[in-house]
Design a protein around this ligand. Structure first.
Ligand code: SAH
Ligand code: DHB
Ligand code: MG
Length: 221
């Protein structure tokens, strides 16, 4: 098996399970034009996020790592009209691109893009008594996943679902001797999940248009 076959298979699956979507396609087009890296989730991953949030009946969604707002649009479409999605992005220009994409998708009423380091923003949420979230998508810098998990758990309640992207990284996460801060971050994140009796977790490897990677899913009890 090679990456060309994974991509062909992803194309086949997306063709059979998705309909062309102007807002999502325009979001990727503007992101490319504005020079953003193409590290957004794949269309079939975006739809999985949307369906998981829908299955959860999420009314309040938190996303760490907005980029151009591609995964944001998928997730926000899972919300009822009076739902809320807060998405955190460190880079002002990326947040601007995301806001334009979210506006075009007609989701400005439910989505707020918050600019700043996600740790600072989450600490501010805790200080301000922001209500807990039903669904969290963790997709900002991987080295900070342990700190994000610690804070996100304090913004969770029983039943909150936490999905973390990029927890495989071409299999590098299995290397206990790795010096890569991202790998160490993800490994510490898994150690924290394993040690927490109030969290039930699984993790799935994926291949496809995004290479070999994967995600974890946790439910807080
Ligand atoms: N969720 C997006 C992809 C996010 S890529 C999608 O699938 O469409 C990761 C993003 O996290 C980048 O845009 C990066 O700028 C942002 N990021 C990195 N470090 C961050 C930090 N400390 N705080 C907030 N955002 C951060
Ligand atoms: C990178 C970040 C992501 O969120 C992703 O899905 C793929 C790659 C990165 O920073 O390289
Ligand atoms: Mg990602």
């Amino acid at each position: 098996m090679n990456e060309q076959q994974w991509i062909a298979m992803d194309e086949y699956l997306c063709d059979r399970t998705q309909t062309p979507d102007e807002a999502l396609e325009a979001a990727l087009k503007l992101s490319t034009e504005e020079g953003l890296p193409a590290i957004n989730v794949a269309p079939n991953q975006g739809k999985l996020l949307q369906m998981l949030a829908q299955m959860r009946g999420a009314r309040r969604i938190l996303e760490l790592g907005t980029l151009g707002g591609y995964s944001t649009i998928w997730l926000a479409r899972a919300l009822p009209a009076d739902g809320t999605l807060l998405t955190l992005e460190a880079v002002e220009h990326r947040a601007d691109v995301a806001r334009r994409n979210i506006e075009r998708a007609g989701l400005s009423r439910v989505v707020s893009v918050v600019v700043g380091d996600a740790v600072d923003t989450l600490e501010a949420f805790l200080r301000d008594g922001v209500p807990p979230f039903d669904f969290v998508f963790l997709d900002a810098d991987k080295k900070s996943y342990p700190e994000y998990l610690r804070l996100v758990l304090r913004l969770s309640r029983p039943g909150t679902v936490i999905v973390a992207d990029n927890v495989i990284r071409q299999g590098r996460v299995a290397d206990a001797g790795s010096g890569d801060p991202d790998v160490i971050g993800v490994r510490t994140f898994f150690d924290m999940l394993a040690a927490d009796s109030h969290v039930t977790s699984t993790a799935i490897q994926t291949v496809g248009s995004k290479g070999w990677d994967g995600f974890s899913i946790s439910i807080v009890s």
